[in-house]
Design a protein. Sequence first.
Lengths: 274, 146
Amino acid sequence: VPVSVSCGLVRDKRGKIIGVLAVARDVSERKRAEEEIKRLNVDLQRRAAELSTANQELEAFAYSVSHDLRAPLRSIGGFSQAVLKRYASQLDAQGQNYLQRVCAASQRMAELIEDLLTLSRVTRAELRRGPVDLSALVAAVAAELRQGQPERQVEVVIADGLVTTGDARLLQAVLENLLGNAWKFTSKSDPARIEFGHTIVDGQPTYFVRDNGVGFDMGYADKLFGPFQRLHSADEFEGTGIGLATVQRIIRRHGGRVWAEGEVDQGATFYFTL
Amino acid sequence: MQNDDVYILLVEDNEDDAELARLALEETGISTPVVLATDGVEALDYLFATGAHADRDASVMPRVVLLDINLPKVNGFQVLQRLRGDAATELLPVVMLTSSDEQHDVQASYRSGANSYVRKPMDFSQFVETVRQLGAYWLLLNVPAT
């Protein structure tokens, strides 16, 4: 039987030692509990390691599938484009139309694959933390968007001097996605307005991208960040539905969280903490 | 000015990709002949005039080698390392032409001595444009070592 022994000296009024007191306790129960905790810890560590391996395998699988899909897709797209270009005269209008659909579908699949690869890369990439000037990044992304569609009039308001710590390359991807969305979903708003700013939510410093675009139904708010989730048809607004999943992964890897608020036809605001 | 000795060596195991490259060259109007090697061993045999290509005149080198990475038998990096390790081919311009945009592939290519790294675009029109630019640079602008 495992015992714990405590000893003490017994003295009389003058401080003279007159005896020794020893108490022995049966600690088999405590011992057993300790053993159990040790065993659970080992078990937990093993499970965490297994989970991490499974995760890595899944990521590697997603990556290699996406990567290997490229070669046959390049053939489908390439040869159908070549037929359209060289042999169009031998096809009637319907034949040409069908082939054009093949081309368009393969182009769309190519975009999906590229986005999936980006998502997979974001998860695997090592986080390189450093100071990041978010205001400057937003300005650069906005300038690029303007360059892509110089005919659009969009008021972009950027709060000055918002500097944080994080992986600059990944945070740029976050802002490209959030601003790209805001840009896209304000295409029918007049005047279109996009704002990047900073606020405090639940005591946490929080950044936001706000637009006055088509917004969304809050009933779908939890679906926004799932891969391939889209709230609009491809005819209405283009996109693969992987952008916000990428944003969420990057933000989570930074230890932050991202969420959205919106209302149909009343714009949307995407918040994130880091 | 077209020189009779000028040709491109394309090392590509995927038949479709090789045909698309040929099509793309036709689209650009580049008439430089293309020699195709379908794996790393064949590429090395061709360049060093050994094996099945033992009767080739080894002194006539391609103006540029377009080299894929994922090749059967001997991969693109290994081909490149062999080329850089031999006096006859150490200065031969080699462009990696691959679908990979993984940083470790890009870095390994340059470490192995690649002169350039170009991604095969998914879209055929973009691929034609890539081939046009490659041709303009490596066949016209670039001065090879002789």
